[in-house]
Design a protein around this ligand. Structure first.
Ligand code: RFL
Ligand code: PHB
Length: 392
């Protein structure tokens, strides 16, 4: 097989990139190690910044999002027993966010890809990337007992945090920055109405909690848990009891509980790879960087990476200019580090860090109190949460 761009990974990065390239007339094949059902079954992000909403429009996959997505103009932070609202729209110069699940985004992109007749190879084993330091790179994989080869001009490493692309970059050419947090998030999805019409981020003495949602009848909740906890230890009842204890009395009284549709624990980590380009291979999305989910930035950063990458490749094919691909890493990393900073700061501000002693909680409350007493403070939260502007 031959294509112009071989994309490794059919998560949001790979699927968005595939549609953008197709729209620009650039041929691409996606190679994914899991099945289509497995990819669709993963419950992850819930918040789209304007940049992701715009991209869904641009590639013509916004019909469901427009019908089912919920526009949110604010979020609430609960600390010291009281809820405080951040008016995102007011303090970010009119921007909002969209509540629309990654599962739904993925489904819409997969449908669009199928309608365009583009090739996606699912259940591809032992994927390998070759020759990206030459002008004729390739990707190979095992399927149905045989090794298949794809010759291409470029490789897009959209294969997430544990993919093969980053792992194949020469060790001497890559630098990795990492921070691991001493806790995880236990998530629960249920067909129950959300406790509030906006998201509530909770700083409580018992640990962080988040009340999120997927629709007016489907809720997504998270609890900060020790890294040693196993999902099996947490019955639905235990989850709801603990969540109620972390909420304020009014929210606790309103909480509607029900059977979980899904429960899982995700570790929290900040991670950045530099650079994001190795010859004719590019890293995009979680393959190049991870943020703790507190700032809701992961999916949105993936979207900006692939937008920059698609533009650079389009420039290469249309004008035979390498300026865009030469600048890809720098342009992405500038935005990535700012999102990393916000996600790290918001994580530190809202979670319990028992090892830091009681003073840490007091300092968090003082900082939160200050932020809500200051227009600059509210702007800082709002501007970062809705997403910083894209580079020109
Ligand atoms: P993905 O989604 O991990 O997709 C990578 C794909 O590559 C495949 N793959 C391979 N394929 C072939 N060969 C190999 N060797 C391969 N190795 C891996 C994988 O099977 C997979 O299909 O990465 P991508 O596309 O870069 O997308 C990134 C986002 O998924 C991620 O950043 C977000 O989910 C992060 N995130 C959130 N982001 C937001 O913007 N807003 C949120 O509200 C938000 N909430 C979250 C989150 C992530 C969470 N978890 C579980 C980490 C909440 C949680 C709990
Ligand atoms: C989610 O709904 O899954 C979600 C929302 C906001 C976050 C993280 C996760 O900050």
């Amino acid at each position: 097989m031959r294509t112009q761009v071989a994309i490794v990974g059919a998560g949001p990065s790979g699927l968005f990139l595939g549609q953008l390239l197709h729209k620009a007339g650039i041929d691409n094949i996606i190679v994914e190690r899991r099945t289509e059902e497995y990819v669709l079954g993963r419950i992850r992000a819930g918040i789209l910044e304007q940049v992701a909403v715009d991209l869904m429009e641009e590639i013509g996959v916004s019909r469901h999002m427009r019908a089912e997505g919920l526009v949110h103009e604010g979020i609430e932070l609960l600390f010291d027993g009281q809820r405080h609202r951040v008016d995102l729209k007011k303090y970010s110069g009119g921007k909002t966010v969209m509540v629309y699940g990654q599962t739904e985004v993925t489904r819409d992109l997969m449908q669009a890809r199928a309608e365009c007749g583009l090739t996606t190879v699912y259940s591809a084993d032992d994927v390998e990337v070759h020759g990206f330091d030459t002008s004729s790179p390739g990707v190979s994989y095992l399927k149905d007992g045989a090794r298949h080869q794809i010759a291409c001009d470029f490789i897009a490493g959209c294969d997430g945090a544990h993919g093969v692309c980053r792992a194949s970059a020469p060790k001497a050419a890559i630098r990795e920055y990492e921070k691991v947090y001493p806790f995880g998030w236990l998530g629960l999805l249920s067909d129950t109405p959300p406790v509030s019409h906006e998201l509530i981020y909770v700083n409580s003495p018992r640990g962080f909690a988040l009340c999120s949602q997927r629709s007016l009848s489907r809720s997504r909740y998270y609890l900060q848990v020790p890294l040693t906890d196993q999902v099996g230890q947490w019955s639905d009842q235990a989850f709801w009891d603990e969540l109620r204890l972390r909420l304020d009395p009014a929210a606790a009284a309103r909480l509607v509980t029900g059977a979980s549709l899904e429960k899982s624990i995700a570790p929290l980590r900040s991670f950045v790879t530099e650079p994001l380009r190795f010859g004719r291979m590019f890293l995009a999305g979680d393959a190049g960087h991870i943020v703790p989910p507190t700032g809701a930035k992961g999916l949105n950063l993936a979207v900006t990476d692939v937008k920059y990458l698609a533009t650079a490749l389009e420039e290469f094919y249309a004008e035979r200019s390498a300026a865009g691909i030469d600048d890809y890493s720098r342009k992405c990393l500038n935005r990535i580090w700012k999102a990393e900073r916000f996600s790290w700061w918001f994580t530190q501000l809202m979670h319990s860090f028992p090892a830091e002693g009681e003073i840490f909680g007091k300092l968090q409350t003082a900082e939160l109190d200050y932020l809500f007493s200051s227009e600059a403070g509210l702007r800082t939260i709002a501007e970062n949460y809705v997403g910083l502007p894209l580079a020109a």
